[in-house]
Design a protein around this ligand. Structure first.
Ligand code: NAP
Length: 289
């Protein structure tokens, strides 16, 4: 089976590495070639364009930043979809807006390509260990076809129904993630402002059942104030913009997601977009005396 991987950033690189380590012959492409060097050394076949990567592939996997990046790579000048074989599968793992996935699914169908929106739950460690959770929109028989590849990268594959369903589920997940991060940051900031010991407050909050489990993994970054990216803050801002848009599309009241969106927008403005999304706590610290 010929598999191609396009988009080798923080997540894509690790997912592609898993496939290589499981003896999958992989053609790869990334806008910035330097990020693919380790994969090339591990035996991946470098392709100088997305089209060259997709040419002849049975499965094309994309893990790109946002809808604009997917649009440009797939449908722009020399976009890869026109190089894909009929009846091949495009698995888009990027986190994008659900209506974008629906639209892309239709355009792929017109080109006789099978499209699955397959965003993932889990960050860098799960990607390295093959423990991602795939949330998938699209036809079940196509999901079954790519199952051997998915199971190398993930521990759980969740078929959710028609195209766009995977993206919908991913967006509601990330809005909860962002809101939990903001709530935790705000509580810690108030603890400090009130003269409580911040470390002790963090321990007590993290040991309480009210803390989301992922927050434990952010403890070291918050203590050291070094926010090396696992999940870049600018991507969380993008996801909150998409959540707000979906809420508007469906006339659903989503005040917390909209508020978090503005907070993350401020953090991006302050130049923290490439840091981990837990760097949002710096916003609360700005107001500290
Ligand atoms: P990343 O490190 O920023 O990688 C983004 C990728 O998109 C890179 O390959 C980048 O290419 C490419 N790209 C961006 N704009 C492009 C354009 N206009 N044309 C072509 N390529 C473009 O991000 P990531 O953390 O791997 O995330 C990738 C996706 O997964 C995002 O949708 C994110 O929301 C989602 N996600 C991330 C995590 C996480 O924990 N990091 C977890 C789950 C889901 P260059 O290398 O050339 O910049």
């Amino acid at each position: 089976m010929q598999v191609s991987f396009i988009g080798l950033g923080l997540m894509g690189n690790r997912m592609a590495k898993r496939l290589l380590n499981h003896d999958i012959h992989l053609k790869i492409h990334n806008r910035t070639k330097s990020k693919a060097q380790d994969l090339i050394q591990s035996g991946a076949q470098w392709c100088s364009s997305p089209g060259e990567a997709a040419d002849g592939a049975d499965i094309v996997i994309t893990m790109l930043a946002d809808p604009a990046a997917v649009e440009e790579t797939a449908f722009g000048d020399e976009g890869f979809t026109c190089y894909m074989k009929k009846d091949s599968v495009w698995l888009d793992c990027s986190t994008v807006h659900p209506s974008f996935s629906e639209n892309v699914s239709q355009r792929s169908h017109d080109l006789r390509i099978h499209f699955l929106d397959a965003p993932v739950l889990g960050s860098l460690q799960p990607a390295e260990k093959g423990e991602l959770i795939f949330l998938i929109g699209g036809e079940e028989n196509i999901i079954r076809r790519v199952n051997p590849i998915l199971s190398i990268m993930g521990k759980k594959i969740v078929p959710l129904g028609k195209a766009g369903s995977g993206s919908k589920m991913k967006i509601i997940h990330n809005m909860m993630l962002a809101n939990a991060m903001v709530a935790f940051s705000e509580s810690l900031a108030l603890a400090k402002a009130e003269g409580l010991d911040e470390q002790q407050a963090m321990e007590i909050l993290l040991q309480s059942p009210s803390a989301a489990p992922f927050l434990q993994g952010k403890k070291e970054k918050i203590q050291s104030q070094v926010f090396d990216p696992e999940f870049p803050l600018q991507h969380m801002h993008k996801d909150l913009r998409m959540a707000a848009r979906s809420a508007q599309d469906y006339r659903q009241f989503a005040p917390l997601a909209n508020l978090s969106k503005e907070l993350f927008a401020m953090a991006v403005q302050l130049g923290w977009g490439e840091e981990d999304f837990s760097a949002i706590i710096k916003l609360h610290r700005l107001s500290a005396k």
